[in-house]
Design a protein around this ligand. Structure first.
Ligand code: NAD
Ligand code: DAU
Length: 359
């Protein structure tokens, strides 16, 4: 039985990954989730998991060297999947420091702890793997509509978030090159699906539309993101972990580029279609809610992944078409009002007001 150490498993992609892996391997695997439960971490995303599967939760910060070493000492970890990060670009523009601390220093702590636990006299224990979950944002922004991000596209991060992720990628690569450490990196495009915190475009727009609140579009709304249903990302991570070549990086994306404004119209149209006339919330849904606001500083214009390598080497293919995925996602949010109420309690409102004040 393989033991996975998943960091950031209480967040959006991490919790979907834990559901995906138990759904696929059931009781044949063990997962330990290490998460410090920031504003973005929510154990409700995993409720019921421990009763059904071999799952353990450790509340710890990946910057805490001793806490992380303890997890490795107490468990024979086979695979590390490092999701834990500060993940929101707007927050990184407001407060860059925590991004460097968690994303760079936290990753370094994880690398050192795994190296220490796995090292032998002549290399590393058999079969151990460290997968670092990264992003397409490290490549910067594409101007030419015919261009795509490949694994050898030079890094050119623009936001403090993407700069911190790029730094962490370089550290992982440095551990491979210097210590022959058994690591791989994935660089994925924008994910969407259940459990995404409503500071990000898709859940923010769904939640605001349902409550008749304005839909803040940054700039002209024509920035392009390449959207991938979260389960397809999880499937790619699993494949790279098992079949990816050590020291390599793999781009993950499904050629699904859309302008932000198009996404917003799709959300409004789908909500109108799904909600029955008897649902009070339907009255709120309107294009009149769209409001163009001051652009994000340093806003990247277009991201687009070329997933040729993962397709060719590992036969990865996305399974969820966007029309199906966005519908499933909207249906999930419609049936999880309580989840939304919980994650938007606390300091969410003040975050929201601060983020959009004067825009
Ligand atoms: P998220 O913000 O939803 O979740 C992050 C999780 O990490 C939370 O549970 C949080 O509590 C935890 N965390 C934060 N700081 C921590 C610390 N110091 N110690 C321990 N736990 C900590 O993020 P997400 O969208 O699920 O992204 C997960 C990873 O995937 C990130 O590394 C991100 O860069 C990467 N990624 C995200 C996307 C996307 O579209 N969301 C796309 C590509 C790559
Ligand atoms: O590309 C992968 C990245 O995708 C991940 O690495 C990040 O962790 C993740 O947050 C996401 O980054 P983006 O900045 O692309 O996601 P966000 O949802 O914040 O914004 C998507 C686009 O929508 C972006 O062009 C900004 C725009 N936007 C966003 C918000 C929150 C708006 O126009 N209005 C908004 O209110």
């Amino acid at each position: 039985m393989k033991t996975y150490l998943v960091t950031g498993g209480a967040g959006f992609i991490g919790s979907n990954f834990i559901h995906y892996m138990f759904g696929k391997y059931g009781k044949d695997i063990r997962i330990i989730n290490v998460d410090s439960l920031t504003y973005a971490g929510n154990l409700e995303n995993l409720s019921g998991i421990e009763e059904k599967y071999d799952y353990g939760f450790v509340k710890a910060d990946i910057r805490d060297r001793e806490a992380i070493r303890k997890v490795f000492k107490e468990n024979d970890i086979d695979y590390v999947v490092n999701f834990a990060a500060e993940s929101h670009v707007d927050r990184s523009i407001e407060n860059p420091e925590i991004f460097v601390e968690t994303n760079v220093l936290g990753t370094l702590v994880m690398l050192n702890a795994a190296k220490e636990a796995w090292e032998t006299e002549d290399g590393y224990k058999e079969g151990k793997r460290f997968l670092h979950v990264s992003t397409d944002e490290v490549y910067g922004s594409l101007d030419d509509p015919e261009d795509y991000f490949y694994e050898d596209t030079p890094y050119s991060p623009h936001s403090p978030y993407s700069a911190s992720k790029a730094s962490s990628d370089f550290l992982v690569k440095a551990y491979v090159d210097t210590y022959k450490f058994p690591a791989v990196i994935t660089n994925c495009s924008n994910n969407y699906g259940p459990y995404q915190f409503p500071e990000k475009l898709i859940p923010l727009m769904i939640n605001n539309a349902l409550h008749g609140k304005e839909l803040p579009v940054y700039g002209d709304g024509k920035n392009v993101r390449d959207w991938l249903y979260v389960d397809d990302h999880c499937k790619g991570i699993d494949m790279v972990l098992k079949g990816g070549r050590i020291g390599e990086k793999y781009n993950i994306g499904g050629h699904n580029e859309k302008e932000n404004i198009e996404i917003i119209h799709i959300i409004l149209d789908t909500l109108k279609e799904i909600l029955p006339d008897s649902d009070e919330r339907k009255k709120n849904i309107s294009e009149d809610l769209i409001r163009h606001v001051t652009d994000r500083k340093g806003h990247d214009r277009r991201y687009a992944i070329a997933p040729d390598k993962i397709r060719k080497e590992l036969s990865w293919e996305p399974e969820t078409r966007f029309e199906e995925g966005i519908r499933k996602t909207i249906e999930w949010y419609l049936s999880h009002e309580e989840w939304m109420a919980h994650v938007t309690s606390g300091d969410y409102q003040s975050y929201y007001e601060k983020m959009y004040a004067g825009r």
